[in-house]
Design a binder for this molecule. Structure first.
Ligand code: G3P
Ligand code: CA
Length: 258
């Protein structure tokens, strides 16, 4: 099968977050309406031990409140309003729990849960496991993602049936123009934490040979955040397994046009 025949899955980044406020129920409902193959969220632990969906570790950007998630109980966080920062039509959106978001996921769709590494990420894994069990979702629909190799390792130990992708942070050496880690170094990292694949920021321009080397070693290859049809088509041709985007319908059209 050529690269073009096997299309990457289109994953809605923080929900359909170009059109609706990120990490809200409205953004996930819209992602499913827009035909996303899956969606992604970011989870943090509240002071009273609940997992909530929010990207930042405080509520300043989305709710105009400086409260820190890790120092605040869920009931207090629930009073915040996280929709109108994006558009008045979303005034009244509240911070959702992970279980509430998982319960929006239709049958046959994927859901990527990103454990943020600002906290002790591996500690969140048993909470994620409990929330998956509480929700209606089939665990086969879940993928766990994190920059923390400890969280990935803990996830594979505690939930071996759930796919886990390591988010890779790249460093550019301005003197010799090289990027690290190399594909060999990434493969070593993936092996060490028992990951099933890697997920990389699109700002890091990699060659086809890099993707081919990762995939030949048996790992899947994922890219975030692509909002341009032109870039989405390029990565489709390069054979990536999923593309995470703020604009699922827009990008899915591009992916399926080539
Ligand atoms: O899908 C991975 C991506 O979401 C990681 O970056 O900052 O948007 O959480 P960020
Ligand atoms: Ca994320």
């Amino acid at each position: 099968m050529s690269h073009q025949e096997k299309k990457p899955l289109v994953i809605a980044h923080r929900g359909a977050s170009y059109d609706a406020p990120e990490n809200t129920i409205a953004a996930y409902k819209l992602a499913w309406e827009q035909g996303a193959d899956g969606a992604e969220t970011d989870v943090h632990i509240t002071a009273d031990g609940k997992l909530i969906c929010m990207h930042d570790d405080d509520a300043e950007r989305t709710a105009g409140s400086e409260v820190k998630i890790s120092e605040t109980n869920f009931d207090e966080l629930r009073k915040l309003e996280v929709g109108s920062f994006q558009d008045d039509q979303y005034d009244g959106e509240q911070i959702p729990t992970l279980v509430e978001v998982l319960d929006t996921v239709p049958e046959g769709k994927l859901f990527y849960i990103e454990i943020k590494s600002g906290m002790d990420a591996a500690k969140a894994v048993p909470l994620v496991k409990a929330d998956i069990e509480k929700s209606k979702i089939d665990p086969k629909q879940i993928r766990l993602i994190s920059f923390s190799d400890e969280a990935i390792k803990a996830s594979k130990e505690q939930m071996p049936e759930i796919g886990a992708f390591l988010l890779i942070f790249f460093v550019h050496d301005r003197v010799n123009g090289t990027w690290s880690p190399t594909a060999d170094e990434v493969i070593e990292k993936l092996q060490a934490c028992d990951a099933d694949g890697m997920d990389i920021n699109v700002v890091y321009r990699v060659e086809q040979s890099y993707i081919d080397q990762i995939k030949a070693a048996g790992y899947s290859y994922h890219v975030w955040t692509i909002n341009s049809p032109h870039v989405a088509k390029r990565y489709t041709k390069m054979g990536v397994d999923s593309i995470t985007t703020d604009r699922p319908s827009f990008v899915k059209r591009a992916v399926h046009s080539c």
